[in-house]
Design a protein around this ligand. Structure first.
Ligand code: TYD
Length: 138
């Protein structure tokens, strides 16, 4: 838990004059969870933000499969911004971390590998509620 546990991990990259290749296997290093869901954000208009929530249980790996964007992480006490701009890097986001995705470059694709199926009850979508819960657990 907390933003210290959120780190950028390097993914395997098979460089090839025909084009590069990166692969990810469920539950294999550097992914500390089994992948139950994949989704991706694309055609994000300039200036838009995505995310704006935290998860009780879900962990995820966020990858800039194309282009770049910033991920603002906030565990209720500390905040940090991580720029993702390499197809062979991913940001691990642990439980109980508020995240917002901003500054999407044109044509960027945000690929997300998640540890859980979609479940709306796993979300905090109100920052003050989230902040109240983490503060009460401190
Ligand atoms: P939302 O959580 O707002 O996206 P963001 O990642 O920007 O916070 O999701 C937008 C809509 O898509 C919302 O109605 C829930 C739905 N959704 C699914 O049905 N399945 C999914 O796996 C995801 C991520 C979202």
């Amino acid at each position: 838990m907390g933003i210290e546990a959120c780190e950028v991990v390097r993914l395997p990259k098979i460089s090839d004059p025909r084009g590069n290749l990166t692969f990810i296997e469920s539950g294999q290093s550097p992914i500390p969870f089994d992948i139950r869901r994949v989704y991706y954000l694309y055609d994000v208009p300039g200036g838009e933000a995505r995310g704006g929530h935290a998860h009780r249980k879900l962990q995820q790996l966020i990858i800039a499969a194309n282009g770049s964007f910033d991920v603002v992480l906030d565990d209720g006490f500390q905040r940090k911004t991580v720029t993702l701009n390499k197809s062979y890097e991913g940001l691990l986001v642990s439980t109980m971390v508020w995240r917002e995705l901003v500054n999407f470059s044109s044509g960027s694709v945000c690929l997300v590998l998640a540890s859980e199926h979609y479940d709306e009850s796993d979300y905090y979508r109100n920052y003050d509620d989230f902040r109240g819960v983490v503060a009460s657990k401190k």
